[in-house]
Design a protein around this ligand. Structure first.
Ligand code: C2E
Ligand code: MG
Ligand code: MG
Length: 663
């Protein structure tokens, strides 16, 4: 509608009255209505004031008929004012008010002219006649009449004048001069009136066009703003918009204590979904999830946005953290109920699910806005670690999500520089030769006061914060320098997180370390555990094949504890598979023993070497021999010890060898 109107106005301006659009004309009439009405009423009052003052001139120039002319003046004035004021009060149309004014103007002239023409002061009257022109000017220029009304009323004045001129005994030259003057005056004022009307209409059109353009610009601005705050795929609010909302929620919480929860939602194995079904299907999946969630969130009066890739965020004002957890759980089941097929995930589930992490406002000194998102993120991490398709609420007393983990994250940043991190090595024994053929490097971290932090606590934090990348490189370099460069040990296995394998340039950095320390790649083994990042990215496979090219062996750690182990076995040609110690420790029962045997058979049939972890007793050792295991590791063989103890052993062996040779 606005567009059509804009076009019409543009046409109007271009065609300059050639083709008049009725709609615009009507608008012009409506817009000018109030102004014209006011001008007519005010104009009439002013004109009548002047008109009545001319009574004095009547007395001076035509005193014999002055009584009549003055009476006529008052009669016309009072009638006209009465009519217009009544019209005004009764809200008459502007046209009627103008018509009344025009009628007053014409009657004012004719009403005066009729008695005045009877005067005996012919010469005075002949001068006085000239003032009739003022009525014509009034009709054409003084009032803001429509063009037609101006022409008709000034035309009547002109006609009345000619009638009077005809009746009035005057000389021919007077008639020619006055007649010409009146006609010129009529023509001139009518022309000016026409121009004025045209000008007014043009001004209106320009103003209308400017107004429409302004409205359009405002609309465009609003649309752009909407666009810049909307996620184009799902139509939900984007990160920018939801961040603003978060600020509002947060300031309400700070100012008036309205508590709220922040819920982060991550679609499980979404990369796998994209790989299997293509990006278009992936987009469709996100749209389905987004629609279902935004529909569900309505009942809680919350806000939902897309936070990035496959991550959504929900904000909801609630009174208790239990309510937030309920919403988080409802989110999980809403997506589960969609039953969108996701056949190729490796955890036995065949539909799309989400992991949900929630956090609730809690009073903390100096807490910042980002804190709640950070806490929700940590809860999300735990939800993923807990097997996905579940919701977790941030629990400040949980060591994994507590402030302690925050401290650990800070500690990890300075760990290498401040010598807070070190490596210990646990021997790995070859069962046939009974010799320690390798050692496993295990990382240790101590706090600034010397208290040690267990790897079960700091490794997940390092993985989450990315500190594992630098620590991992440091570990490989240290292993090479401490044990391998001087041949203290033949092979060292180093634990490597999938996050390291996923990072571009990891294999190159390992090659650099090998080059700098002069150690052959075959002296290193990398142990990979199915961690959080269980999806086997193509980047990981590429990195593993690059590492193999360097001669590095790849071992599968803690086999049997995760659910991706079997598919990893299929995808990667591991040199050695380390069977998790829990299987050995379960061997006291016949079923546990059978289970271990089955696992061993499976791994052996695939052609991998087998290492069993957690050998602690003679009985377990004997069992390993019975099962024909290749390598063992555990307290029975040796506890993790610092590098120096292996360096000393090697020196001792060297010394006894020298003694033997000399004997
Ligand atoms: P893991 O790689 O499976 O390491 C073996 C863990 O089992 C070590 O615990 C070791 O001390 C323990 N262990 C060894 N023998 C026995 C035994 O006979 N009985 C029992 N009960 N336990 C035994 P630790 O040092 O606490 O390490 C825990 C985990 O931390 C490691 O498991 C590994 O996954 C991770 N980790 C350690 N160092 C590193 C590292 O440098 N990088 C990465 N990415 N992860 C590491
Ligand atoms: Mg290990
Ligand atoms: Mg292990």
């Amino acid at each position: 509608m606005t567009q059509t109107m804009a076009d019409m106005v543009e046409d109007e301006v271009l065609q300059q009255f050639e083709e008049t659009s009725l709609e615009v004309r009507e608008l012009y009439r409506e817009e000018g209505e109030q102004a014209r009405r006011k001008a007519a009423r005010q104009g009439l009052w002013l004109a009548i004031a002047v008109y009545l003052q001319f009574s004095v001139i009547d007395i001076l120039l035509i005193p014999d008929v002055a009584a009549y002319t003055i009476a006529a003046r008052f009669a016309v004035s009072v009638t006209a004012l009465a009519v217009v004021e009544i019209q005004h009060r009764m809200n008459f149309r502007t046209e009627s008010v103008e018509l009344a004014c025009a009628a007053a103007l014409v009657s004012g002239y004719v009403g005066w002219l009729v008695p005045a023409i009877m005067t005996g002061y012919a010469q005075n009257f002949s001068y006085f006649m000239i003032f009739g022109a003022i009525f014509m000017m009034g009709a054409n220029l003084f009032f803001r009449f429509q063009f037609l009304l101006s022409i008709v009323s000034s035309g009547i004045v002109l006609m009345a004048f000619f009638v009077a001129l005809y009746l009035f005994p005057a000389t021919g030259s007077y008639q020619i001069a006055m007649g010409t003057f009146y006609v010129s005056c009529f023509t001139f004022t009518s022309y000016v009136n026409w121009k004025l009307n045209e000008e007014r209409y043009n001004v209106f059109l320009n103003a209308l066009e400017a107004k429409i353009q302004h409205n359009e610009a405002t609309e465009r601005g609003k649309a752009l703003l909407r666009l810049s705050r909307t996620d184009p795929l799902t139509g939900l609010e984007n990160r920018r918009a939801i961040d603003e909302k978060l600020r509002d929620y947060w300031s309400d919480w700070q100012k008036v204590g309205t508590s709220f929860g922040a819920i982060l939602i991550d679609v499980d194995f979404f990369k796998k979904f994209n790989d299997c079904y293509g990006h278009q299907e992936g987009d469709r999946c996100l749209i389905h999830v987004a629609n279902a969630l935004s529909e569900m969130i309505k009942q809680y009066n919350g806000s939902i946005g897309r936070y990035g890739g496959e991550e959504f965020i929900v904000l909801a004002r609630m009174e208790t953290k239990e309510q937030i957890l309920n919403i988080a759980e409802a989110i999980c089941s809403t997506v589960e109920n969609l039953a969108l097929t996701h056949e190729l995930r490796r955890d036995g589930v065949s539909i799309v699910t989400v992991s949900v992490g929630a956090a609730f406002t809690r009073t903390q000194t100096g807490a910042k806005l980002e804190k709640i998102i950070h806490e929700a993120d940590r809860a999300l991490y735990l939800a993923k670690a807990g097997g996905r398709n579940c919701a977790r609420l941030f629990d400040p007393t949980d060591p994994q999500s507590s402030d302690e983990s925050e401290n650990i994250a800070a500690l990890l940043k300075i760990a290498i520089g401040q010598n807070l991190v070190s490596l210990v090595y646990q021997p790995i024994q070859d069962v046939k030769s009974d010799r320690v053929e390798a050692v496993e490097a295990l990382m240790r971290l101590k706090m600034l006061d010397g208290t040690s932090v267990p790897p079960s606590l700091f490794i997940p934090v390092a993985e989450r914060t990315g500190a594992i990348l630098e620590l991992g490189r440091w570990a490989i370099r240290t292993v090479c320098a401490e044990l391998l460069a001087d041949d203290h040990v033949r092979v060292v296995s180093v634990n490597v997180s999938p996050i390291q394998l996923k990072t571009p340039g990891f294999a190159t950095s390992v090659a650099t370390i090998l080059g700098e320390t002069g150690v052959a790649g075959s002296r290193l083994a990398f142990e990979i555990t199915e961690g959080l990042e269980m999806e086997m990215h193509s980047d990981i496979l590429r990195c593993i094949s690059d590492l193999k090219l360097l001669g590095i062996k790849i071992w599968l750690d803690d086999f049997g504890t995760g659910f991706a182990g079997l598919s990893w076995l299929r995808l990667i040609d591991f040199d050695t598979v380390k069977i998790d110690r829990s299987f050995l420790h379960d061997c006291s029962s016949p079923s546990g023993k059978a289970m271990l045997q089955d696992i061993i058979t499976l791994v052996r049939n695939r052609g991998h070497k087998i290492l069993v972890e957690g050998v602690e007793t003679d009985e377990q050792m004997a069992l390993m021999r019975e099962f024909g295991i290749d390598k063992i590791q555990g307290f029975h063989v040796g506890r993790p010890a610092p590098a120096v103890s292996f360096q000393a052993k090697r020196a001792m062996r060297k010394r006894s060898f020298a003694v033997l040779k000399s004997a």
